[in-house]
Design a protein around this ligand. Structure first.
Ligand code: 4NP
Length: 150
């Protein structure tokens, strides 16, 4: 199983989603990566505030570097989780066929199946926004792990 987490900049939300899911699964069974729909922060470390909130919960995400989502990711991953509706539409607009498009889901649909709930972009806010994002992603990743483990 290969899972890709995607947000806009790949420095705030999707690096947390990647780190949290990795902390809950065995790397032998589940490969997890993250990317951004925009390349503004290509090659950068995650945002300091994401690094800090992950560290608070015992997760080190400082091995991650921002990269841009590419069409090849549809071939490399089984599931692609978008953090918000804008990310979702940007990824789906790059899909080549229904098989590609069907791999894309909003991550909070795992918690709220029939609602289009987005993980709010915490970039322009304060530390509480990052705590909030961490908690949402932690809950969503719990559900993802339950599904993987059947
Ligand atoms: P992310 O947050 O998509 O969760 O990584 C953002 C990071 C950077 C920007 C926007 C959102 N930016 O505009 O640079």
């Amino acid at each position: 199983m290969k899972i890709l987490m995607v947000c806009l900049g790949n420095i705030c939300r999707s690096p947390l989603a990647e780190g949290i899911l990795k902390s809950k699964v065995s790397s032998e069974n589940v490969e997890v990566d993250s990317a951004g729909t925009a390349g503004y922060h290509e090659g950068e470390l995650p945002d300091k505030r994401s690094i800090a909130v992950a560290k608070k919960y015992g997760i080190d995400i400082t091995d991650q570097r921002s990269r841009k989502f590419t069409v090849a990711d549809f071939d490399a991953f089984d599931l692609i989780y978008a953090m918000d509706e804008s990310n979702y539409h940007n990824i789906v607009s790059l899909s080549r066929n229904n098989e590609d498009a069907d791999k894309v889901k909003m991550i909070l649909q795992e918690l709220y199946p029939n609602e289009d709930v987005s993980v709010p972009d915490p970039y322009y806010g304060g530390d509480q926004g990052f705590e909030n994002v961490f908690q949402m992603l932690d809950q969503a990743c719990e559900v993802i792990v339950e599904k993987i483990n059947g």
